[in-house]
Design a protein. Structure first.
Length: 369
């Protein structure tokens, strides 16, 4: 095999799986066990939520925000949640709009997985198209894509990696990747290790013109669901990656690609799973406590008519979103929201011409690091 050269297309990228000698290590086994247990704890706690969609909606938005920030697409929490509630209107522009596209891509991928039972090439392309709001697919084999160093330092602007290219090259590598994650008889590798190996491979293949990082991180979450390590997309991996962005890119390009050091990459990603699972468990516990406290404070007459869980879908509450068989008008919805405001559970805020109510405590929980 020719020596790796960052200026030459990496057409010699080895197929999956890597040789066991690259990752068979007792320390990794211990960490792998810890990560698997932490995921099981998260899955169990999430299943105890009376309405999982509450937490899933908010955590998928946090994942979208962090994953987009890794690609230097930034917005504030307040802008993001305002954009979410005005999702179908011209109010949503700029970075917030891109982040909402990412969130929609998570759900597009999840729905495809529920329909097909496993990740396939078309579902990967669908995720990419939703992230980038485009109709194209795998990059043309003639496209000269290079990865350049961003940020600061001596190598800024220089090529640090050149993805594979050539007629049929990317397609053949993707075929191996998809077979690796879907065929457990041919490739009997622990599913967490498979996710980590597949994430590296996807980023190294770099099958699209842009949006590969965001698409690849969505695939991580979906694969854990495919293997039933999670039921829903609630693991907030991008938060850890964002906090350790330099290590993330160095592990991919420097360690695995340059040195065949799979151990460091696997350890990095297992740490990401453990810490983000702990983070998410903490969030779920805080939200459950807030829900219990809120439910005890609201008079039974209001609870009987109100869709209680609507108060926790996201921090901003729009009166028209409370319309139901029991609340038939905007004015009635406003009346109930005003009563909750008088109890100190919500605050009122005017955005444009519209009056919204705001769950401050929920925002505090979601926004904390």
């Amino acid at each position: 095999m020719p020596a790796y050269d960052r200026h030459i297309p990496y057409n010699s990228l080895p197929a999956l799986p890597p040789s066991e000698e690259y990752y068979n290590d007792p320390k990794l086994v211990i960490k792998l066990t810890a990560a698997s247990r932490k995921l099981a704890e998260l899955k169990g706690l999430a299943s105890m939520l009376p309405n999982q969609s509450i937490f899933i909606n908010t955590i998928s938005l946090r994942e979208a925000k962090a994953s987009s920030a890794i690609e230097n697409i930034f917005t504030t929490d307040d802008e993001l949640y305002r954009a979410l509630i005005f999702n179908d209107e011209e109010y949503v522009q700029g970075p917030a709009k891109e982040i909402l596209h990412y969130r929609e891509a998570i759900w597009k991928g999840y729905n495809d997985l529920m329909n097909d039972g496993k990740i396939n090439l078309q579902s990967i392309i669908n995720i990419y198209r939703q992230v980038k709001q485009t109709g194209d697919g795998i990059r043309p084999y003639q496209a000269e894509i290079v990865i350049k160093k961003r940020g600061w330092g001596s190598l800024v602007g220089e090529t640090i990696y050149t993805p594979p290219r050539g007629k049929g090259v990317v397609e053949e590598m993707l075929e191996n990747l998809i077979e690796f994650i879907d065929d457990d008889q041919k490739y009997p590798v622990d599913p967490l290790l498979k996710m980590i190996m597949a994430h590296y491979q996807f980023e190294a293949i770099h099958p699209f013109r842009d949006g590969n990082g965001r698409t690849g991180r969505i695939l991580c979450i979906l694969y854990l669901i495919q293997k039933r390590l999670l039921d829903m997309p609630i693991l907030y991996l991008s938060a850890y990656i964002l906090q350790n962005k330099d290590s993330y890119y160095y592990s991919i390009i420097g360690n695995v690609t340059g040195l065949k050091d799979w151990k460091s990459w696997i350890e990095f990603m297992l740490d990401a799973v453990i810490q983000t699972a702990e983070y998410t468990i903490h969030k779920i516990s805080r939200i459950r406590s807030l829900m219990a406290k809120t439910e005890m404070t609201i008079p039974k007459a209001i609870l009987a008519n109100l869709d209680f869980f609507k108060l926790f879908e996201q921090p901003y509450i729009r009166p028209k979103n409370l319309i139901s068989s029991k609340i038939r008008s905007i004015n009635t919805a406003k009346k109930y929201l005003s009563e909750l405001e008088s109890l100190g559970l919500l605050s009122k805020e005017k955005i444009g011409k519209e009056q919204l109510w705001f769950n401050t405590e929920l925002m505090d929980i979601l926004s904390e690091g």
